[in-house]
Design a protein around this ligand. Sequence first.
Ligand code: HSC
Length: 693
Amino acid sequence: METVRLARQGEIAIATIDNPPVNALGQALRADLARVLSEASTDPAVTAIVIAAAGKAFIAGADISEFGKPPLAPLLPDVLDAIEGSEKPVVAAIQGVALGGGLEVALACHARVAAASAMLGLPEIKLGLIPGAGGTQRLPRLIGAAKAFPMMLSGEPVSAGKALELGLVDEVAGGDVVAAAVTLAQALVAKGAPEPARERDDRLTAKDREAFEVLAAEASLKSGDMPNAMALIEAVRAAFTLSFAEGLAAERALFTALLADPRSKALRYVFFAEREIARVPGIDSAVKPREIARAAVIGAGTMGGGIAMCFANAGIAVTLIEQEQAQIDNGMNRVAAIYEMSVTRGSLTPAKRDERVALITPAVGLGAAAEADIVIEAAFEEMGVKQQIFGALDAIVKPGAILASNTSYLDVPTIAAATTRPQDVLGMHFFSPANVMKLLEIVRPAGVADDAVVTAMALGRRLGKVPVVVGNGFGFVGNRMLEARTRATERLLVAGALPHEVDAALTGFGFKMGPCAMADLAGNDIGWRSRKARGKTAAVADAICEAGWFGQKTGRGYFLYPDGARTGQRDPEVEALIARVSQEKGVTRRSFTADEILSRLLDPMVNEGARILEEGIAARPGDIDVIWLNGYNWPAWRGGPMHWADTIGLGVIVARLEAQAAETGDTALEPAPLLRRLAAEGKGFADLKARPV
Ligand code: HSC
């Protein structure tokens, strides 16, 4: 199938790119584009060429799935060279998004017209790369390096209006963008085309260089450890110091080196994993979601209030329900205070705040949920409470309404059993703070209807979340693996590591926070209560709680927080307490290197992830990775725990777990059968096929 159609409008040739879903520049498209352009260039009846596109994107960039494979001709830089070298003016008609290689196509054209709603950007940095088809050389020549560099460093696209202001496009079309591009092409034929970007060295002034170098110095300080940020500086600098052709060659060499960097590989893996989650194994893609016009949230605590805000932020009317007036008043006050903070910070206008608050209707009593298309329960985490609420809701809500529990650990089928409609009951596990965190685990218990799951997925996306379908099981995916890490932290503290050492190993790996600081932030009493309820103990964590050191809120936890400080300091008393626990357990404390700590924290998580896959609680290793990236701050350039394990090698992980199991006598550390099998076969998690949860 041809990916570019050639048509004529008078003397103007229109090459329309049509390569669904997003016109990515795969080999077929590059070949078709080169061929069509050559046809138009040699056709004596054609005086100018417009490059347009069908669908929601102009061009989304290079085809990311081709990266890492042997390059296939024609290469994009060669196609762009032909465009720029064309004797007949070439005009880009940009609608939708022009990203990465897509914008580079437009930059090689002699002029650019954008639809008013178009977005233009060079987002390669987000994939651990830099522009590789001339972007770093052409953009500075068009708009100056001082403006081009920040655009490439952030990777954020700009609107058509902003692009016009920057000089990135020549015109923003009021109406049809192709018609406007044709008109511009005709004008260029009459008056002569402007010099192409590669000839525009006049923009690369000493003043521009000076301004760029200031920005480059700031970027080196901030992002010095990211090789692509450093490569970007080098490439843009080459625009000043080298000829255009040499600059292109320098850019190409830097781009090619980055392609092989494991950080870029991880980011590209994440790009596809985050899209893969939309395909739920076992559910036909033709299943349609139910309509959601109105929601209700039960429980106006921190979680419930945050969930209600998610609806209001997405423009969906929501009723926030409590048992008593005082409770709902408190909940609404908390919501108002959070919105107020956004207004103070300048991220929300007062008008928008009022609009959002107006979408939240406070109510007392479950009866207020009668009209809702979906009810999300965020009440106390206790089975009896949940069952009572679901039983009552069953008699109140309309047929077909979805009943979701925000439980983080409890058995969803047992909650569903309190109703007569298990086909409509599932879990929607938000993460705290619910109005901020992107992750949403959608728990699919046996018996729930497929369209209920699809509805929760679609709703999750409307709420701006990253929804991942998981199976039912204690702690589902994220918290179950977190618990493995929490147990590992406790083991390390007893064996000889100190809280600041454990945390430093993890922040050194790229997490924003270590497990001890995180527990202090969340409140150590939460885990304590949960352990007690399950008859579990953790000597260090329990002793800290028995001392009343619940974390930041009490000014003391694993660390000290004097005068309301948010960053903890080492606490000699806690360290003495930990040493006492080791002594009581007859453990001779020893020191651990950061690498040892990392392995002891992360390997057990990978092991738990393997069990989760074996039990069918997660459909794919990529789903687990997406959960950890969006809910637990796993650094994106490490690709998530399962991808990380693959990069280490599963054989290595198995050997390390065996050693840890032998040393501690903890059978939970024995490698999971799936992990052993994959390691024995020399495979990785990436070799697993998706299966229904
Ligand atoms: C690049 O361009 C490098 C260049 O500088 C030069 C390279 C040349 C080097 C040569 C050297 C010799 N590729 O997101 P959605 C798929 S780097 C492949 O759900 P939306 C996506 O997987 C690239 N596939 O839709 C999904 O497939 P599925 C720079 C791509 O409407 C489907 O399209 N560009 C793809 O929410 C729909 O995607 C970027 O980083 C791509 N480039 O968002 C832009 N882009 O249905 C990346 C999308 O099978 N893309 N797909 O799951 C995006 O940001 C978003 O996808 C859009 C659409 C905003 C385009």
